[in-house]
Design a protein around this ligand. Structure first.
Ligand code: WT7
Length: 659
């Protein structure tokens, strides 16, 4: 990766924060200096945002790297921090969750009501025999009970493992088995695309494949018919009848909070383990710093599903620990129509919106006229997460959603990092579209070459983290060896080259521009090698999306007899673009030249295909592996994690008719 295209970072646009936001920002520029001066003192100060029942003796124990312990000896209860203490501070009537069901039904949950529900659920779990250290699976739609279930587990020290409601029997069963869980919390179903979609049959089948599960708690959401087993208990007949009194017990700072499985590219899913004190410190601080949350006036909305780490850290733990008022939405962005997101922003006067590039590009494709129909003037900070955001998508977001006023914060992090690591600060940073800019205060990110040497500004290589951080994963559940191999054996002390420093390998390519700002280039497995040049899929995709006719693009390297790999692009035209017959051919030619002009002739795609959809995982990431299969005329590999399994048929048949 040392050799990257030099003329790629031609992006020169830069957007300083609005003056009033800068003047009143929660976190100002001095935070960087403060953290650089004494990193551990900085994090200790952030930990004081929380209520501890026993203070810690040591901020960080790094005596057995890479196994970190943060706030050693400290004790706290996470649910108390997210709920009770706000009620005790007199904020019981404050709205915690404005919930919007897909069919349009709504619920308003105040902090007092949240306390009641979490306490009742904690009592029910205890009655079912769940004790501290046990594992509980959560397989729910986006309803308030999802947050309640997570907090109830945290309250009694049970470790939760949320499985995304769209995952299969197989996925759920292997996770139950790997975590050795004893209870599942689920629902009859949830609403997706205008109709009830069942969850319980998947749970029934998964539970029957293992002998781990003793009880299944079932929330009634849709009212559809469900089969019933002797393990099942209705939520409304147990939790909602339970005592609302529950005293939260403190747990050790390193008590396991949750396991969240990430699929990875190969092999069995990795159970990423997060613990208590450090995780809550960093999610709470970053939510306060990166979104500039003013709990008394802001309405915050993160559009992620609770089944992903974004939902854990920035729907449940970060916002609730900060006493935020937030929106939670059950359904899809195009139900009943493509204006649903903007209608929700308008209705609840959302001021901070956190979403994903895949959604932004989808909205671009649907057209500017849709957001223009709604009053979006309440918005003041926009966030992005999940993938590199192409500069044009960033600009579109700021213009059509933020009306040229709002900062856009592109936040880089991973399930493994637990919380945001690299991001602009909305009141400090003059952000560049497409760059996550710099590591947050207290975080040490770098880009290194294959010898683990830090690259100079203008250079490219591998993204690494050089110092432990509070919300870092502690291990892979039940597999310390895999934890060491996956993240710590590439560079530094844990590698064959050795060294004094433990260096975390993130698996992403990145580069530093001439100012030292960081540009994320996608997973290193996706980098293409064309005639001896490393070219990142992200950069070619961004070049394509910068053309006014393109809404979205996915690029892969296909084996090529002359160049080693050749660039093949799958491109979705914007809604109003004519692609019939000759117009399509002309557009393809123009796009190839456009990429060559933007990035240099070496990056000119060998082939561009115009398509209606791209294959994506359920968390919205493009599955380049399948596109590589198409580009190399192979039969398709595993399609079971696709969000919509018909997409590949659409792409293949579209290609045939185009020929
Ligand atoms: C991978 C982690 C972080 C929560 C959601 C995804 C990519 C994430 C960005 C960003 C460029 C990004 C990386 C990372 N990624 N955010 N702002 N810019 N790439 O969590 O499923 O664990 O995925 O998502 O490739 O390694 P995840």
């Amino acid at each position: 990766m040392s050799e990257t295209l030099e003329n790629l970072s031609s992006e020169t646009r830069q957007f300083p924060p609005p003056a009033d936001l800068a003047a009143n920002a929660n976190v100002k520029a001095d935070a960087y200096e403060e953290a650089a001066g004494d990193r551990l003192a900085f994090w200790a100060k952030q930990a004081e945002r929380l209520a501890w029942t026993k203070p810690w003796d040591q901020v960080l124990d790094w005596s057995n790297p890479p196994f970190a312990k943060w706030f050693v000896g400290g004790e706290l209860n996470i649910a108390y921090n997210c709920v009770d203490r706000h009620v005790e501070a007199g904020l019981g009537d404050k709205v915690a969750i404005h919930w919007e069901g897909e069919p349009g039904d709504t619920r308003t949950v105040t902090y007092s009501e949240l306390l009641k529900l979490v306490s009742q659920a904690a009592n029910t779990l205890t009655e079912l025999g769940v004790t501290a250290g046990d594992r509980v699976m959560i397989y729910l739609p986006m309803i308030p009970e999802a947050a309640v279930a997570m907090l109830a587990c945290a309250r009694i020290g049970a470790t939760h493992s949320v499985v995304f409601g769209g995952f299969s029997v197989e996925a759920l069963a292997t996770r139950i088995e790997d975590a050795a869980a004893k209870v599942v919390i689920t629902a009859d179903g949830g609403y997706r695309r205008g109709k009830p979609s069942a969850l319980k049959p998947t749970v029934d089948e998964a539970v029957s494949r293992t002998d781990r599960i003793e009880h299944v708690l079932v929330v009634r959401r849709t009212g559809q018919d469900v089969a019933w087993t002797d393990k099942d208990k209705w939520w409304h007949e147990t939790v909602e009848q339970a005592s609302p009194e529950h005293k939260a017990q403190p747990f050790d700072s390193e008590h396991p909070l949750f396991i969240l499985y990430t699929s990875g590219t190969t092999g069995k899913p990795k159970g990423i383990l997060h613990t208590t004190g450090g995780y809550l410190t960093q999610t709470s601080y970053t939510h306060h710093a990166v979104f500039d949350l003013k709990p008394e006036s802001d309405v915050y909305w993160c559009t992620a599903d609770i089944g992903w780490v974004t939902g854990h850290s920035y729907i449940v733990y970060g916002p609730l620990s900060n006493g935020a008022t937030q929106v939670m939405y059950e359904g899809t962005p195009d139900t009943p129509d493509r204006g649903r997101f903007w209608q929700i922003v308008d209705k609840y006067k959302v001021s901070i919106l956190y979403t994903a590039p895949t959604l932004i590009r989808t909205m671009m494709k649907w057209g500017d006229d849709i957001p223009a129909k709604y009053d979006l003037s309440s918005l003041r900070v926009l966030g992005s997460v999940g993938e590199p955001i192409n500069p044009e998508a960033w600009i579109w977001y700021r213009k059509n959603v933020g009306h040229e006023r709002t900062p856009v914060v592109d936040t880089w992090w991973q399930t493994e990092t637990g919380a945001i690591m690299i991001s602009p600060l909305p009141g400090v940073t003059a952000a560049k579209p497409g760059s996550a800019m710099t590591a947050l205060p207290g975080i040490s990110a770098d880009v290194v070459d294959d010898q683990a040497q830090s690259v100079p500004n203008g250079g490219g290589g591998f993204l690494v983290l050089r110092e432990p951080w509070p919300s870092m994963l502690r291990t892979i559940w039940g597999d310390d060896q895999r934890f060491l191999e996956t993240y710590w054996s590439r560079f530094g002390a844990g590698s064959s080259a050795g060294g004094d420093e433990w260096i975390y390998f993130a698996g992403d390519g990145a580069k530093k521009d001439s100012d030292g700002a960081l540009w994320l280039l996608g997973r290193v497995d996706d980098v293409m090698l064309v005639s001896g040049h490393n070219i990142s899929t992200t950069e070619v995709e961004s070049a394509l999306v910068s053309h006014p006719s393109v809404a979205e693009a996915a690029v892969v390297g296909a084996t090529d007899p002359t160049t080693g790999q050749a660039i093949v692009a799958f491109t979705i035209p914007r809604g109003n673009v004519d692609t019939a017959g000759d117009a399509g051919e002309a557009l393809i030619k123009e796009l190839r030249n456009h990429v060559a002009k933007t990035l240099g002739p070496i990056a000119k795609p060998r082939q561009i295909m115009l398509v209606a959809e791209l294959p994506k995982t359920r968390s919205g990431k493009i599955m380049r592996r399948l596109l590589r299969d198409v580009a190399e005329n192979r039969s398709l590999g595993d399609v079971t994690t696709l969000q919509d399994s018909t997409v590949m048929d659409l792409i293949s048949s579209g290609l045939k008719t185009a020929k």
